[in-house]
Design a protein around this ligand. Structure first.
Ligand SMILES: *Cc1c(COP(=O)(O)O)cnc(C)c1O
Length: 356
């Protein structure tokens, strides 16, 4: 058993895509990081090896019961040509919180961060450089026991794979239409909504498909019990600006604590904005709109950073926000966070981690 990082480089490096041809999540770099877990050995055999398929048995527990977790992190090519990761420790610490909920053994955050940095230094040339592009980092852990009974697995595998991604807004900020979900629910307090785990996505895809068929980009989830309080969007947390107050739902056991959400709250407080993490009902949002007090709605997540909302459809009642345009707070937050990420703004809060 080894806890020393071994490195096996590919003999067949792939051709790197052109900056302009990048979409999301279809291209993967030459190498990945892998590590195994066994009950009596702990996490062991960390290795960097060529990216490629791997073997599992059809009985692998993860395929049947979904005992798995993941993360989504980004690395950026900064203005001075360096490669930096945005808040990697925060994401890896969240991975351990997800692990706890799914009965998956915790990782050593500093060790995995060291391995990620080594992987990125090998794959440095894969980090795209044109405006708005980045390298998406996908760590994930899956159960590995070949067993179809229900219990926590005894064995696990952690992977980190890398994917160069294109600009989220190639033509500038594009506000999205959001469907307020009244039929399906995704998570309730005590469930797995606080963990970044595939099950939450499995629970959401039907609602997302139905919303898409109506011309809406994503679903806004209401609380699973009263279908009254705002929770979060499919892959993003959500913020409302009402009467110059920035409001986002509190982390009370059914929504994911986004790192972008936390970064937005941090900046808004630094800017002395009036900020609240408090329950907000969908009725209050519609009332605020009717009174002319609803100024902005935007989603926050690693992929888009800030995603302004142009309209909501709640049970057929459609409201348009800020004439369908991105608001000033959305723009200011987007400029500040992406400025820090691409190194054009000062990294006052030490959010960026440099790769050698
Ligand atoms: C990942 C994710 C978010 C956004 O979190 P970030 O850390 O900001 O990327 C929000 N909601 C859900 C359900 C998620 O999986």
């Amino acid at each position: 058993m080894s806890t020393e990082l071994s490195i096996n480089l590919t003999k067949n490096p792939k051709e790197k895509p052109q900056n302009g041809k990048l979409g999301f999540g279809t291209i993967f770099t030459d190498h990945m990081f892998v590590m195994d877990y066994e009950t009596d050995k702990g996490w062991h055999s960390p290795r960097i090896e060529p990216y490629g398929p791997f073997c599992i048995e059809p009985s692998n527990m993860v395929l049947h019961y979904g005992q798995a977790i993941f993360e989504g992190i980004k690395a950026y090519r900064t203005a001075d040509g360096k490669v930096k990761i945005f808040r990697p420790r925060s994401y890896l610490e969240r991975m351990n919180r997800s692990a706890e909920r799914l009965c998956i053994p915790a990782i050593d955050v500093e060790f995995v961060l060291g391995a990620l940095k080594k992987l990125l230094s090998i794959e440095k040339d894969w980090v795209p450089s044109s405006e708005g592009t980045s390298l998406y980092i996908r760590p994930f852990i899956i159960a590995m026991d070949p067993y179809i009974g229900v219990r926590p697995s005894y064995t696990y595998r952690l992977f980190i794979i890398l994917s160069p991604v294109g600009a989220y807004y190639p033509e500038g900020f594009k506000p999205v239409k959001i469907w307020v979900e009244t039929k399906y629910v995704r998570a309730v307090k005590g469930g797995i909504g606080t963990a970044k785990t595939p099950g939450n996505y499995a629970a959401s895809i039907l609602a997302a498909e139905e919303a898409k068929a109506q011309g809406y980009t994503q679903v806004l989830w209401l609380d699973g019990i009263h279908k009254k309080y705002i929770e979060e969007v499919g892959t993003m947390n959500i913020f409302f600006k009402i009467n110059n107050r920035l409001i986002t739902p509190p982390l009370e056991g059914s929504i994911l604590g986004g790192i972008t959400r936390e970064s937005v709250l941090h900046l808004a407080r630094e800017w002395r904005m009036d900020v609240g993490e408090e329950p907000l009902s969908i009725n209050e949002v519609y009332e605020a709109h009717d009174k002319g007090a609803l100024q902005e709605i935007f989603g926050t997540g690693t992929a888009a950073v800030i995603s302004p909302v142009s309209s909501l459809n709640w049970g057929g009642k459609v409201i348009t926000v800020n004439n369908g345009e991105a608001g000033e707070t959305s723009l200011k937050l987007y400029d500040e966070i992406t400025g820090i990420q691409y190194g054009t703004k000062e990294d006052k809060y030490n959010w960026m981690e440099e790769i050698e």
